[in-house]
Ligand binder design. Sequence first.
Ligand code: PLP
Length: 383
Amino acid sequence: MSAAGEAAPRTGPARPGTEKVTPSAAPRHAVPQQRSWLAQIQPYRPGRPAGTRDGSMASNENPLGPSQSALTAAHRSLATMHRYPQPLADDLRLRLAEFHRVTPDQILVGNGSDELIFLLALAYLAGGGVAACADPPYQMDAISSLVVGGAVIRVPLQDWRHDLGSMARTRADLLYVCNPHNPTGTTHSATRIEQLVDQTADQSLVVVDEAYIDFVDDVEATSAIRLAADGRAVVLRTFSKIYALAGLRIGYLVAHRDVVAVLRSVRAPFSVNQIAQRTAVAAIADRAHWSRAREYVRVGRQRLTQMLDEAGYAVVPSQANFVLALVPDEEHFVEHLARYGVSVRPGSVLGVPGAVRITVPSEPGFDLLAAALAEIRWNDRRG
Ligand SMILES: *Cc1c(COP(=O)(O)O)cnc(C)c1O
C-alpha cells in the first residue's frame, strides 16, 4: 500500500517474515501529491489476531471451518495453478445463476464482496458522485466512496437499525443498506427495502449487502434477492461468512444485466483466482454444511446474548453471526478479554464507542469467553 514504506531502505539482512522497514521521512524520488481527497480517509482497521486459536471473535469468521468437499476441491485445483483462471468465473457463475434463478449475465463474481463494493464506487461514484450509508456504516462502503472522490452522506441509525425513511429522502447515486447490518446485526424486511427502492428509483441505485443473510431467522422475508433478480437493486453476497472461505477472497453480486456489464468494463480480468472459484462451486453445493453452520450460529448467538446478559451487559438483538454488546468501559473490557486469549472488535473502531462486537465463537471459544466474563463480574462485585 505505502509507496513511501516500500521505497525505504532495509536495515540489514532479515529473516523471512521478520523484515523491519525503516519509515523514511520522504520518498527518495519526487512523486506527485496524492489526490487531495484521499487525506480524509481513515484506513480500514482489521480485527486484532487472538492470542489463542479459538479466541478469534473479532472478524465474524465461521468457527466450524469450510465444508470437507470444499477442502477437497481446493486441493484438486492446485494442480492447474499454472493456468489463468476463468475471467468471469463461468462455472461458478452458472451455478449461482441456477441457485438464484437469474440469468448468468446478472451475476458478477469478485475478489471478496469488497472488490465489488470498489467496482460499484468506480462505476457510479467516481469523480463527484454521492453515496448514502448508515452511520456507523460498514467501513468499506464509506472508504470506497471516498477513494474515488465521491461524497458520503451518513444517516444515523434509529434504534440500531437503518433509518430507511431518512435514507429515502437523501439525494444519492448509491444507497448502501447492509442487511443484517454490520456492526449491529439488525435487519429490515424485504418489503421495507422494496419501499426504499420504489421511493428512490428515479435517482438512486440501492445496494443491499447480504453478507450475513444466511443467519437470519426468515431468509425469504428478509432478502432483497428478488429485487436483484428483477434488476431493481444490487445484492451483494459473500463466501466469507457462512461458507467459511474468508481467506480465499470470493463474493458475488446479483443485479440488472446492464449494471453487471458496466462493472465488467472496469474490473481487472483475473481478480478471482481459480482455487477460490473451484472451492466456491463445491462449497455452495454442500447444503448440509450450510444448514449446520446456520443452526450453530443461530443457537450460538442466543447463548452469546444470554452470557453477556447474565454478565450485566445489554446486547443489541442480532440476526447475524455476531452481537454488539454495550460495555461502559470498552477499552478495559477489550483488554480484559485479551488476557484470556479472546479478541473482540472494539466499537470505537467501528463507529460505536462504548460497545464491542463479538463473533459467535467455537465451543472452546465459548469456554474462554465464559472464563473471562466470570472474572469481570467477580471484579465488579468486589468493586
Ligand atoms: C464480512 C462482510 C463482507 C464480506 O466481505 P468479503 O470481501 O466478501 O470478505 C461484506 N460486507 C459486510 C457488511 C461484511 O461484514
